[in-house]
Design a protein around this ligand. Structure first.
Ligand code: C2G
Length: 445
């Protein structure tokens, strides 16, 4: 009987080490199956620095005439499923994994082969120039962002801008950054490839325009602007100049959030009918920016997150009602009820002066999903059904406070020259910002 061999890997920047192990794996049988890791799976196991997209990595393996079948590895327990499904005789992997796959011995023979010396994807990635990033703003989120950048290979915080030189100085000392500016034009003329904007909302539009006119890729805090026309203008400007424009909605890039979208797409809870999500963050100090009209308020601060879930799952909005509590003309809470296509409905609740449970519930025709608080830092979710004994739990721990996944996506888009992210497209951004703009009673089309 023909012997079946299986092996797995990311195979980023395909090199001689990969070729050697695949050739040797084939020698252990007659039929070689190669599993190539998906991007979401790599992220979930902490591999954030992969340069090539899945298609490119798959194509590199498909070109090898001695490989008989190529599959995609999307989750942790897949190896056992594949071994059973393909009736695999031998599992082969490099000896950097020695001992780690012994649990597969219950299902097939496990063989660890010596790695090829002096070559690795990590080494090759180092030869690709780092992206030089500049940060606009020196507030709390800018600090967290700069710290998280140090966990993403291939991106380096090169400079920072703020109007206040005192803040600039302390920021560059804190984060060991080379250059600091209190003049935006000089900052933008400096040797940077990309910019992250973490300034107050009202500055986003003018600063974004300047960044794009200066031919830098842009990652901008949410909401990118409070007017639809301005978002559209920025998208156009970015596309015209071949630049990446991404809104920093960290949830969109988390491994568990993407797994959740995949599960729903697979139809596990049937057709999604209703999406409910709540995000409240009590801000006691009423002198803070978040409590100032017209740019503060719960909606401008927080609604991007629940609206991300609503629009990702239910698409464009046909009608909206806002139920708002205001204090001094600032919304302390807002419940946004949207009617989507086919009468499907989303209920997004936000608050800075009201506290509630920060969970999300997605209801479908066959079952429902609960994402426990804080759902926007998606780590786990439960899929439930009418039968209370049937339940699937998904757990995807993530590193740090989640920002490194958005940073990693921004970096990958720049490296791959992809103008639009699969995880958060310009269209996704427009759908959400139209709703926020509607609340601000400016343009809504
Ligand atoms: N490899 C090798 N010699 C090198 C580099 C890599 O033999 N110099 C082998 C690895 O040991 C592994 C395969 O090439 O068997 C793919 O390596 P990676 O692309 O780094 O993938 P990895 O993260 O090891 O994937 O499910 C995924 C697997 O568990 C492991």
């Amino acid at each position: 009987m023909a012997k079946i061999v299986i092996t797995y890997g990311t195979f980023d920047l395909f090199h001689i080490g990969h070729l050697n192990i695949l050739k040797r794996a084939k020698e252990f049988g007659d039929h070689l199956i190669v599993g190539v890791t998906s991007e979401i799976y790599d992220r979930s196991r902490g591999k954030l620095n992969v340069v090539q997209d899945l298609e490119t990595r798959l194509n590199a393996i498909k070109k090898l005439d001695f490989v008989d079948k190529v599959i995609v590895e999307t989750h942790k327990n897949q190896k056992i499923e594949d071994i059973k499904h393909y009736k695999v005789d031998r599992f082969v992997i490099g000896d950097d994994w020695i001992g780690k796959f012994d649990y597969l011995k219950d299902f097939c023979e496990v063989i660890y082969l010596p790695r090829t010396k002096d070559i690795s994807s990590t080494q090759l990635r180092k030869s690709i120039d780092s992206i030089k990033l500049g940060i606009i703003g020196t507030g709390r989120i800018a600090h967290r962002f700069a710290t998280e950048c140090s966990f993403v290979e291939g991106i380096e915080v090169h400079s920072v801008y703020s109007r206040d030189m005192k803040n600039v100085k302390s920021f560059i000392q804190n984060h060991d950054i080379l250059y600091g500016f209190d003049n935006l034009d000089s900052f933008l003329k400096s040797d940077i490839d990309a910019v992250y904007i973490a300034s107050p909302h009202e500055n986003h539009y003018e600063q974004s325009k300047k960044v794009l006119h200066n031919k830098k890729h842009l990652l901008c805090e949410k909401p990118i602007t409070l007017k639809v026309k301005e978002v559209e203008e920025l998208v156009e400007l970015a596309l015209e100049n071949n630049l990446i424009l991404l809104e920093a909605v960290k949830t969109a890039f988390l491994p568990a959030f993407n797994k959740l979208l995949d599960e729903i797409k697979s139809g596990i809870i049937g057709d999604v009918i209703e999406v409910k999500a709540t995000f409240t963050k009590l801000i006691e100090d009423r002198t803070l920016r978040e409590w100032q009209s017209p740019f503060g308020g719960a909606t401008n601060e927080l609604s991007t997150y629940p609206l991300l879930l609503a629009t990702k799952l239910l698409g464009d909005v046909e009608d909206i009602v806002f139920y708002t509590q205001k204090d001094n003309n600032v919304d302390l809470s807002n419940t946004i009820i949207c009617k989507h296509k086919d009468n499907k409905v989303s209920i997004s609740t936000v608050g800075i002066g009201m506290k509630s449970e920060g969970e999300a519930v997605i209801s479908g025709t066959k079952g429902y999903i609960v994402i426990p608080a804080p759902w926007w830092l998606t780590r786990e979710f439960k899929i439930k059904f009418e039968d209370i004994h049937k339940e699937y739990n998904f757990n995807y721990e993530f590193e740090g406070d989640g920002l490194r996944y958005e940073i990693s996506e921004f970096k990958s888009l720049i490296n791959r020259k992809n103008l639009i992210s699969n995880m958060y497209s310009h269209n996704d951004m427009l759908k959400i910002n139209k709703i926020i703009a509607k609340f601000n009673e400016k343009d809504f089309k």
